[in-house]
Design a protein around this ligand. Structure first.
Ligand code: AMP
Ligand code: ZN
Length: 480
């Protein structure tokens, strides 16, 4: 088997990947909190995890992939305070917490499908693993890691000698970070809730009995309980976005290792953020919340153009969002698909030389940008077209760009009396002016002028149709 190197946040080094069992990998990826749609930033992290999983499979590993769905316990304060995000989503939309969780779980799955992100082998819901979470707290309680306050059962982080082993931050700094939360009953600022009690007023929708009182599990607990349940002997790789390093994953490690007295996951991989306008993280709160639908589909951009855009930036580098870069990615995807289509339908033999190069770059901590560059080298190489096709489609097993499928149609609509909508097809100012002028000529019943403008538009390589909604424009060779 070829060697794979992965950057491990635990050691802050690229390490040769060695699975616990031969040719088998246990992979746990922290899943969504289902109180809203996933935004493009969240999806970037799931894309990176998909590229990792495909790389492992490409190298002959069988991967057991587990992903949680956080449908209870994630508080708006991200630590131990604030409202449960699912319950507040339910209030916002006038639905039950279960309806909210179910609706956004389905929406999340649809997004994954659109981005060719493979589903995990096991989806696990926090609300369906209360028994396991209570058992974990009991275990920690027996070992004296817990204490009880008015609002819940807490984990005492001061008892963990290497609490900062993932974050690599001085303890003082971790404590400073945790101090934003003012809870006088906590013994240490970094202590976190394992179980929160329901408040005496304002009944929660999701709550359960426990040996300590009615309430619900803390957010970090679910990932420990479920990964230990489903991957007990295969704690190979655990992933998430970089925001999880200092709190969520640090706490998962602390409580799991305290409970099992064994190492909890050998490799920790973290994806960098998608930022928006001047280095601000895309987040679910605030007005920089862009979904697959609002940022791409409503604008006629193929979701796979976002997959390509994410492939162009290494997963550990910050990615900057701009609509322009999505349009460029859409054009690049289109050109790639056209280039593959031009190679014909017949599939030949994979070029082993290129395959080796490809494997080397992807196995080097998922250098997908370099892997993409290899496609143009294959296209330029002295090889039979059918072999080029076979080689590129072999790369696509990891890239997941559907390079052998025709691209979705792109068009421009000028609805009668409204702004032009460019649905994945960019046109210049002059073309926009021509469409508006033709609409005006039609409104004035100046048919000669309207026809003249139509001829001008068509002469530029477009097909122009009058549909009930308005004028529809497509590029001539896009028409099929
Ligand atoms: P959440 O649904 O908020 O729990 O987040 C789901 C995943 O998205 C986690 O792995 C986060 O680390 C990740 N994430 C959140 N915001 C961003 C962002 N702007 N860019 C990349 N990943 C993000
Ligand atoms: Zn998690």
């Amino acid at each position: 088997m070829e060697k794979i190197y992965l950057y491990n946040t635990l050691s802050r080094r690229k390490e040769e990947f060695k699975s616990i069992k031969n040719k088998f990998v246990g992979l746990y990826t922290c899943g969504p909190t289902v109180y809203n749609f996933a935004h493009l930033g969240n999806l970037r992290t799931y894309l990176f995890e998909d590229l990792l999983k495909r790389t492992l499979v490409y190298n002959g590993y069988q991967v057991k992939h587990v992903m949680n769905i956080t449908d209870v316990g994630h508080l708006t304060g991200d630590m131990n305070m604030g409202e449960d995000k699912i319950e507040s989503g339910a209030k916002r939309e006038g639905k039950t917490a279960w309806e909210i969780a179910d609706f956004y779980t389905q929406a999340f799955k649809q997004d994954l499908n659109k981005l060719n992100i493979g589903f995990p082998d096991i989806w696990c819901l926090a609300s369906q693993h209360i028994k396991e979470q209570i058992a974990l707290i009991k275990n920690l309680e027996k070992k004296n890691y817990t204490y009880i306050t008015k609002d819940g059962v807490y984990f005492n982080t001061a008892l963990i000698s290497n609490y900062n082993k993932l974050s690599h931050l001085p303890l003082k700094q971790l404590k400073e970070g945790a101090r934003v939360e003012k809870n006088p009953e906590k013994k240490n600022p970094t202590d976190f809730a394992l179980w929160k009690f329901s408040k005496p007023v304002g009944k929660r929708q999701m709550e359960w009995d426990s040996p300590w009182g009615v309430g619900f599990p803390g957010w970090h607990l679910e990932c420990s309980a479920m990964s230990l349940k489903y991957l007990s002997d295969n704690l190979d790789i655990h992933c998430g976005g970089i925001d999880h390093i200092n709190i969520h994953h640090t706490n998962e490690i602390a409580q799991s290792e305290a409970a099992t007295e064994k190492k909890f996951f050998n490799y920790w991989l973290h994806g960098a953020f998608l930022n928006i306008s001047g280095g601000k993280k895309m987040a679910k709160s605030g007005n920089n919340f862009l979904t697959l639908k609002s940022a791409l589909e409503d604008k006629g951009i193929d979701p796979l153009a976002y997959r390509l855009a994410a492939c162009q930036v290494h997963y550990r580098k910050m990615m900057e969002y701009s609509f322009k870069s999505l349009q460029q990615a859409q054009n690049s995807l289109r050109n790639l698909k056209l280039a593959v289509a031009a190679l014909g339908e017949e599939s030949g033999t994979i070029n082993l030389n290129f395959q080796t190069k490809f494997r080397q770059v992807v196995n080097n901590d998922l250098n997908i940008p370099q892997a993409l560059a290899l496609i143009s080298q294959v296209l330029k190489a002295r090889m039979e077209d059918k072999d080029k096709r076979a080689t590129i489609l072999d790369f696509d097993r990891i890239l997941g760009l559907d390079l052998d499928k025709a691209e979705k149609k792109r068009e421009v609509i000028k609805p009668w009396g409204e702004e032009i909508r460019t649905l994945g097809l960019e046109i210049d100012k002059e073309m926009k002016a021509l469409l508006s002028a033709r609409e005006k000529a039609r409104a004035d019943k100046d048919w000669t002028r309207a026809d003249k403008i139509r001829a001008e538009i068509v002469s530029r390589g477009f097909i122009l149709e009058d549909v009930p909604e308005g004028q529809k424009l497509v590029v001539k060779n896009d028409e099929k």
